[in-house]
Design a protein around this ligand. Structure first.
Ligand code: FES
Ligand SMILES: [Fe+2]
Length: 345
């Protein structure tokens, strides 16, 4: 198993690393995920790869060097690494030296490209867990926005999934008045490492959907580890789908990625409006998590209630079971049971 680490991150999970179109052919990008410096790149043949951004020689960030489309050269002493992380050249070594390039490699990470998203497997140790089942009706990625939340993964995930903050935090003069709450009844069922909210009519106080998709929209939503929310909302003509993923940078910063798909006709103007709204939403949530973070400096205590905070409790339970599964190699069991939940939001 992996080395024990003093952090709060789930391992043996597929995390969202980037949007596919952020990584162009022949280019690399440097990221920090779960506190590890990582390079994600696409070779000149178009093959996606990911290796550690730490030169094994003296620790220089390899991404500060050069990438010629097939190898990365460290800027400090010119050691070269191929896309699987193998060292191919140590310029200072003579033929008779015992240490040669092929003795050395940097860590590489499994990747998957799906729905216009680059997913990375953290941490590879022996078996790679299966990729989560995410319904995708050949959705073509329309829009991608992201924001760094100044908080740990737990505050980001629970802050986004919390169902009762919408009518206080996400209000708008056009479609949602402050404190305008309606009764909600949702059927929640377990899925592999999360839960889904069964198909339900979109609430009459979420007018944005009606403006966008037309009448009688229905949503189905799923949440699963390590911090992913997936939604598909449809009317008889149109759909909108959103995938929100929280990926820890480190213990105090989390990237929130939001990917959007839809088939409503409309060109750049529609895209522009939706982008503005999405950024606005993320900014509102990013602000709300800071309110909690500030208060938690003084007390970590929380008073989670039924049923509005049920999903927050589930997230923590799932996380605990998954950590146990990773450290003790026990079988993973999903603690969630089918539930009918009611709340006002
Ligand atoms: S630090 Fe990278 S080659 Fe020396
Ligand atoms: Fe929110």
């Amino acid at each position: 198993m992996h080395k024990s680490k003093q952090d709060n991150f789930l391992r043996n999970q597929w995390y969202v690393a980037a949007s596919s179109n952020e990584i162009e052919t022949g280019c690399i990008k440097s990221l920090v995920i779960l506190g590890e410096p990582i390079i994600i790149g696409r070779s000149k043949q178009g093959e996606l790869f990911s290796i550690s951004d730490n030169c094994p020689h003296r620790g220089t960030l390899l991404s500060l060097g050069t990438f010629d489309g097939s190898e990365i050269e460290c800027p400090y002493h010119g050691w070269r690494f191929n896309t699987s992380g193998k060292c191919t050249l140590i310029p200072s070594q003579m033929k008779n030296h015992t240490q040669q390039a092929n003795d050395i490699e940097v860590k590489s990470y499994p990747l998957k490209e799906y729905m216009g998203i680059i997913w990375i497997y953290m941490d590879y140790n022996k078996n790679v867990e299966p990729f989560p089942k995410i319904e995708n009706k050949n959705f073509f990625l329309k829009l991608y926005v992201k924001k760094t939340f100044d908080c740990n993964i737990d505050l980001a995930v629970t802050g986004l999934m919390d169902p009762a903050h919408g009518s206080f935090v996400h209000t708008s003069s056009i479609w949602r008045k402050k404190r305008d709450t309606r009764e909600k009844k949702k059927i929640l069922k377990p899925i592999r490492n999360g839960w889904k909210i069964e198909t339900h009519k979109v609430s009459s106080n979420s007018k944005a959907y009606r403006l966008f998709l037309g009448s009688e929209p229905e949503s189905k939503i799923s949440y699963f580890l390590p911090g992913i929310r997936h939604e598909i909302t449809t009317t008889n003509k149109y759909f909108y789908s959103g995938l929100t993923a929280c990926t820890p940078i480190d213990n105090s910063k989390t990237t929130v990625h939001h990917f959007m798909y839809w088939n409503v006709p409309g060109g750049v103007f529609l895209k522009f409006i939706i982008k503005k709204l999405a950024i606005n939403f993320l900014n509102q949530d990013a602000k709300a998590v800071i309110w909690m973070k500030e208060g938690k400096k003084y007390s970590k205590r929380e008073f989670l209630i039924d049923d509005a905070d049920l999903q927050i409790k589930w997230y923590y339970k799932l996380k605990k079971n998954w950590s146990r599964y990773c450290s003790d190699n026990d079988k993973f069991t999903n603690p969630i049971k089918e539930t009918v939940a009611r709340w006002k939001s």
